[in-house]
Design a protein around this ligand. Structure first.
Ligand code: GAR
Length: 212
């Protein structure tokens, strides 16, 4: 591919298993036309930072508490992304609210992985293990993961990829989370990132068309 490689920033807050899936995919040559150029964490103690260090990826900390407002934090984030010439922003377990300044600067260039089949079990309060608690409490027979473009409205942007798994009668939130990570999130996120970097995603209204 003759296009210049897309520079990817991965935003994290915790364990960073989705970051690891991206690093592993990159090592296998599966992020076509893209490179992970930076990891940005909202938490200084996030294990994701150790994963970045081990992969020799530059990392930065951007904590909400260091700024007077979400807007000020987002402005600092955008400054950092632009300074690093980032083309694609990937939210991989990023648990901090950002404001519209990010989407103005990176329109259709911010993607998120959510551990449910949107529009189920998403929106305010639906993050991490809570999502799986909600799915089990509702009694759904399938759940899964969604990779989508991020817009100002929480968990509502155009859907890029989705994958489902069965919910088992004996599932706990932890076992369901693990199955969804292994079978859905860790596969879909690198796929979606690679498609973006190859310029194969077209947003048409609410839908995303994937070019061959
Ligand atoms: C993942 O399951 C991700 O989908 C979820 O948090 C977990 C982070 O794990 N994200 C959300 O709930 C966002 N609403 P990780 O740090 O090991 O990738």
């Amino acid at each position: 591919m003759s296009m210049e490689k897309r520079r990817i920033a991965v935003l994290v807050s915790g364990g960073g298993t989705n970051l690891q899936a991206l690093i592993d995919a990159q090592d296998r040559g599966e992020i076509v036309n893209g490179e992970i150029a930076a990891v940005i964490s909202s938490a200084p103690e996030a294990y994701a930072l150790e994963r970045a260090r081990q992969a020799s990826i530059p990392s930065y900390i951007l904590a909400r508490k260091d700024y007077p407002s979400s807007q000020a934090m987002t402005a600092a984030l955008v400054d950092k992304l632009e300074e690093l010439s980032i083309d694609l922003v990937v939210m991989a377990g990023f648990m901090t609210i950002v404001t519209r300044e990010l989407f103005d600067a990176y329109e259709n260039a911010v993607i998120n992985v959510h551990p449910a089949l949107i529009p189920s079990f998403c929106g305010k309060g639906a993050y991490g293990l809570h999502v799986h608690e909600q799915a089990l409490a509702y009694g759904v027979k399938v759940s899964g993961a969604t990779v989508h473009f991020v817009t100002e409205e929480c968990d509502s942007g155009p859907i890029i990829l989705q994958k489902a798994v069965d919910v088992l009668p004996e599932d706990s939130p932890e076992t369901l989370q693990r199955r969804i990570m292994e079978q859905c999130e860790w596969k879909l996120l690198p796929q979606a990132v690679s498609l973006f970097c190859q310029d194969r995603l077209r947003v048409e209204g609410r839908a995303v068309r994937i070019l061959d």
